[in-house]
Design a protein around this ligand. Structure first.
Ligand SMILES: [Fe+2]
Ligand SMILES: [Fe+2]
Length: 675
């Protein structure tokens, strides 16, 4: 009982209650005490409490104080205070201005009047309570609508920031549930299998009231399931109770999940996810709306989705149908989500295409030159390992550095493409193991053989002439002997020249300056008279051969070295033309500076200092040298052992050519073991 009529004992003679037949009428002397007793069960509760109180005006102040106080303690406390004063001399009208008195009476109250006053008072109080309740609900609903709109904006922002599809689906579903107050939900996406058949894939699910994990599964894309129906037709479905579906409804409900998990699916809202070209890419399904149900205050509106349904009566009492306004709202979310998922898929596709393009480009360069095959992949791998090691570092030097996954990808692409410019350069130069190309040294040897024969023939002709003369003149025999000796010496010299040139052709560093050796060879050749078929003096070692044989270190001449070094400019020019996404904007610069050294001895721009050479380029320089030294497949040198390679890198770091911190990092983290 929450309706009370209380009459002051002293007023019984003035009030006729004979027509009032209800048992909530109390005639009391100790009013405050009794009131306390009535009121206390309602303290702190939401339930309304109504009271009509007839008192004599002498007790007004005391009663009014009590009512004011209790009115604050009990949330929905309503009262009507009827004050009686039959003493005409008292001026009680002045109280009316200050106190919440419903009525002052100075005459007795008849039975009919009493009935009317009491019933009317209860009616007015109840109406007032209902009006307040509606106002509260309307206000809450308004707040909820405003919050939903805010949520929609927030969802938009969150969706555009999330790149991971799994997290994206989680975010979409969580927000959809939050807005609509749904207990559970799932997202299905339409995917195409290898045989080009479309299927509906159950991708993600959440259930507030169940602690279970879900596994991805797929089903045929047809109208046999509720989600399938929406995915095929694009119609949204909103059922207050799926167990009450009729034959006329387009779908039927499969209750196996409910049975297996002791759950009760009741209200359901399913909407299609349509992308920018109105194509359905999936479905959002929400189950059991709890928003606005007679629930605990703390789980109202935007928090309703988090209220757990434990018992069968919870499903019965706390689950209500999804409001119709949520149909369009959820569709708005679903469409926004569809566009984001589509974008996400496209970004993934572009990323994959970039990855394949980069790797195909690198494979193309490396297939031209078996000697450096795998170089770019190994350099990229080492750079990635360096970046990961930097991320782990807490030392002073690297504590402020952190490579994000995208930055690591950028570094990897730059490292993979750093030598792409080599594709424009004659492969022979890369494969040039000796100072002269094999065909050139063969040709030079043939010319020396020709010189040998020419010299031999010249001497044989002279010998023949002398032999004829010696038949008649024995005195020439001495000359003949001297000539034969001279011939043999000369021919021996030519043989020695051949041997020297073969030795000179080697790329190693000589004790004596190769140019000097060559000059003495040229002088010796010059002493021979070698004519070609047209009787012109023949040039045995031409300018080009002389230039190459004079190389002091390695197998490349200046022009060839410049040609090889030009690969940097060519790599830069190639990667600059690729329309990289903004997150990869540094790739051209990194590529351009991958042969610069900190002391300014690098190329092509002889840049100096860390401020001019980005960290990523400094990483590639080191990885590049490391791989060039340790590689076992180069024709002109043997693989250098790791210890010696590290010693060379450390020496270059000491000379301020390489970044010492990076070289130390390789050593500290033993990165060579990871490659
Ligand atoms: Fe390079
Ligand atoms: Fe390289």
């Amino acid at each position: 009982m929450n309706h009370y009529v209380i009459i002051d004992q002293d007023l019984t003679a003035s009030i006729d209650t004979s027509l009032y037949k209800k048992d909530n009428l109390f005639i009391i002397t100790t009013i405050i005490e009794k009131l306390n007793e009535f009121v206390s069960p309602y303290s702190g509760k939401n339930q309304p409490f109504y009271i009509v109180l007839f008192i004599q005006h002498e007790k007004l102040q005391e009663i009014d104080r009590f009512l004011k106080l209790k009115g604050k303690e009990i949330k929905n406390f309503y009262y009507k205070l009827i004050v009686l004063c039959l003493d005409q001399k008292k001026d009680f009208f002045r109280y009316n201005k200050t106190r919440r008195v419903s009525s002052y009476r100075n005459t007795v109250i008849s039975a009919r009047e009493f009935l009317f006053v009491v019933e009317n008072s209860f009616f007015v109080m109840e109406e007032y309570h209902l009006a307040l309740l509606h106002e509260f609900h309307d206000r809450q609903e308004l707040i909820d609508i405003e919050r939903d709109q805010q949520e929609l904006i927030e969802i938009g922002k969150a969706l555009s920031n999330e790149k991971n599809l799994g997290k994206l689906l989680e975010l979409i579903l969580e927000n959809s549930r939050k807005i609509t107050g749904a207990d559970a939900g799932s997202i299905f996406l339409i995917e195409t299998d290898d045989d080009n058949n479309q299927k509906l894939v159950f991708k993600h699910a959440q259930t507030c009231s169940l602690d279970i994990s879900y596994k991805e599964f797929s089903m045929p894309l047809n109208k046999n399931s509720i989600a399938g129906y929406v995915a095929v037709t694009g119609e949204r479905l909103n059922f207050p109770d799926v167990y009450n579906l009729s034959e006329d409804d387009p779908v039927s409900f499969n209750s196996s999940f409910d049975q297996e998990n002791n759950y009760r699916t009741k209200s359901i809202l399913v909407v299609p996810m349509k992308n920018h070209i109105d194509q359905i890419i999936g479905v959002i399904q929400l189950i059991n709306c709890k928003e606005g149900a007679e629930a605990d205050e703390e789980y109202n509106f935007d928090k309703a989705y988090a209220m757990k349904l434990h018992f069968p009566e919870d499903f019965e009492n706390k689950v209500i149908p999804f409001k119709s306004r949520y149909e369009t709202l959820l569709e708005a979310i679903a469409n926004q989500a569809a566009i984001t998922i589509d974008n996400n898929r496209m970004i993934k596709q572009i990323e994959q295409q970039f990855e394949e393009f980069v790797k195909a480009s690198v494979t193309a360069i490396e297939s031209r030159d078996p000697a450096t095959s795998g170089h770019s992949f190994r350099v990229a791998k080492m750079c990635v390992e360096m970046a990961l090691a930097i991320n782990k570092e807490k030392s002073e030097v690297f504590k402020n550095y952190n490579f994000t996954p995208v930055q690591i990808k950028e570094l990897e692409y730059a490292a993979l493409l750093h030598d792409f410019g080599k594709v424009y350069i004659d492969c022979g130069i890369f494969q040039k193991a000796k100072k002269l190309f094999p065909k050139d040294i063969r040709f030079l040897m043939l010319k020396l053989d020709y010189l040998y024969r020419c010299t031999e023939i010249q001497y044989l002709e002279k010998e023949k002439d002398l032999r004829i003369v010696s038949i008649t003149d024995k005195s020439v025999e001495n000359i003949l002997t001297a000539l034969i000796k001279e011939k043999e010496e000369k021919l021996e010299k030519i043989k020695a020249i051949k041997a020297k040139i073969i030795q000179l052709n080697e790329p190693q560093v000589f004790e004596e300056d190769p140019e000097k050796i060559l000059q003495s060879i040229l002088k010796e050749i010059d002493e021979c008279m070698c004519l070609d078929l047209e009787k012109h003096k023949m040039i045995i070692i031409d300018d080009q051969e002389q230039t190459n044989l004079s190389i002091k270190k390695g197998s490349l001449n200046l022009h060839e070295r410049e040609e090889i070094e030009s690969h940097v400019i060519r790599s830069y020019s190639f990667v600059s033309k690729i329309p990289w996404p903004p997150e990869f904007k540094n790739i051209p610069e990194i590529t351009q500076k991958h042969h610069e050294k900190l002391d300014g001895t690098g190329y092509p721009n002889k840049l100096k200092g860390k401020e001019n050479i980005p960290l990523q380029a400094r990483m590639i320089v080191i990885a590049d040298i490391y791989d060039a030294l340790t590689a076992s497949d180069r024709p002109y040198k043997r693989a250098v052992p790791i210890e010696k390679t590290m010693a060379i890198l450390e020496m270059e770091a000491e000379q301020n050519k390489l970044d010492k911190d990076l070289v130390d990092l390789i050593k500290k983290h033993k990165l060579y073991e990871k490659i």
